[in-house]
Design a protein around this ligand. Structure first.
Ligand code: GDP
Ligand code: MG
Length: 165
């Protein structure tokens, strides 16, 4: 018998960090320079055939437009079981905003067992040079421990082969 699990995963972070691009890359394997900043919430579904018995449907919630206010409503966060918090390695201000997004998440939603929703930090646009963030990125392990992230990854929605090291 097949088991299906539906997981709501939020993708949050400042405007322009690449949230929509990461979702499009992950779900549709495409990249575009221009995604319209539609107002509202967008969903994308990533189906993972975990094994012969388990199908996982990741419902990725993309915020469009509201991120410019730096926080979201409780309704948006409701029943999320995971979050990706994204910053842009070429813009230090988007990294400075990360603790604020983490705090917004933690104050507005918890898992049914009362624990914080697990959050992963994404250092996006890592195909570009890390303007202003070259000293922070090597310290992200410590940053994650101090700020309650389960871990972090360098990502590039544009060109995953071109991660600069
Ligand atoms: P959002 O506002 O967080 O949803 O950001 P978007 O996904 O709309 O991306 C904002 C801009 O950054 C767009 O012009 C994207 O093409 C560009 N972008 C997104 N991800 C990357 C990346 O990994 N590398 C580069 N070089 N540009 C990216
Ligand atoms: Mg977007």
């Amino acid at each position: 018998m097949q088991q299906e699990h539906l997981f709501k995963v939020l993708v949050i972070g400042d405007l322009g960090v690449g949230k929509t691009s990461i979702i499009k890359r992950y779900v549709h394997q495409i990249f575009s320079q221009h995604y319209r900043a539609t107002i509202g919430v967008d969903f994308a579904l990533k189906v993972l055939n975990w094994d012969n018995h388990i199908v996982i449907r990741l419902q990725l919630w993309d915020i469009a437009g509201q991120e410019r206010y730096g926080n979201m409503t409780r309704v948006y966060y409701r029943e999320a079981v995971g979050a990706l918090i994204v910053f842009d390695v070429t813009r230090a201000s988007t990294f400075d905003a990360v603790p604020k997004w983490k705090d917004d998440l933690d104050t507005k939603v918890t898992l049914s067992n009362g624990k914080h929703v697990p959050a992963v930090l994404l250092a996006n646009k890592s195909d570009q040079s890390r303007d202003g963030l070259s000293t922070q990125i090597p310290k992200l392990d410590t940053f994650c421990k101090e700020n309650g992230f389960v871990g972090w990854f360098e990502t590039s929605a544009k060109d995953p082969e071109q991660l600069l090291r």
